[in-house]
Design a protein around this ligand. Structure first.
Ligand code: SF4
Length: 61
C-alpha cells in the first residue's frame, strides 16, 4: 500500500500524524508521507487516518 497527502488540501491538523506516526510526519505545517510503501503493520492506522482526515487529503493505493 502507498499513501499520499494532497498538500493543497492538507490543513495541518496533525490528526494523521497522531493516528499513524509510522507513516505521516509534519513538515512546514503540512503532513508528509515518510514511509513508502506503508509498512504492513501500519496499514490499519493508515486507513483510519484517511477516514478521519477532515479534508480528505489522504489517498491510499
Ligand atoms: S489529517 Fe489530513 S488535514 Fe490533518 S494533517 Fe493529516 S493530511 Fe493534513
Amino acid at each position: 500500500m502507498k499513501a499520499k497527502v494532497n498538500e493543497e488540501l492538507c490543513v495541518g491538523c496533525e490528526l494523521c500524524v497522531n493516528t499513524c506516526p509510522e507513516v505521516f510526519e509534519m513538515q512546514d505545517g503540512k503532513a508528509i508521507v515518510k514511509a513508502d510503501p506503508v509498512p504492513q503493520e501500519a496499514e490499519e492506522n493508515c486507513k483510519k487516518s484517511k477516514e478521519d482526515c477532515p479534508v480528505e487529503a489522504i489517498e491510499l493505493e
